[in-house]
Design a protein. Structure first.
Length: 91
């Protein structure tokens, strides 16, 4: 029998956040209602692409934003900045 070399890997799944070192479990949760056919498409895309549903939704939002006029994109980023500064003040 051949010996299996033990690498110094951690047990379990690696962190799978949007950025290195982030954990999905630390992200705020969002609950939405979707029509059955949209939920089925989201599930099918997740299975076919081997990507989690949250990542597909994140990519779709980024794609939608990229197609918006530049003025709208600036407004979105401005509002995002305001939200982040409020969150920092609360902690």
């Amino acid at each position: 029998m051949a010996k299996v070399s033990k690498e110094s890997r951690r047990i379990g799944r690696p962190p799978a956040g949007a950025r290195a070192g982030e954990k999905v479990k630390d992200y705020p949760q969002l609950s939405i209602r979707l029509p059955d056919e949209v939920k089925a498409k989201l599930h099918a895309l997740s299975v076919i692409t081997c990507r989690p549903q949250w990542r597909l939704i994140t990519d779709a939002i980024e794609c939608f934003l990229k197609d918006r006029p530049e003025a709208e994109q600036r407004m979105v980023y401005e509002l995002v900045g305001r939200s982040r500064s409020r969150l920092k003040k609360q902690t």
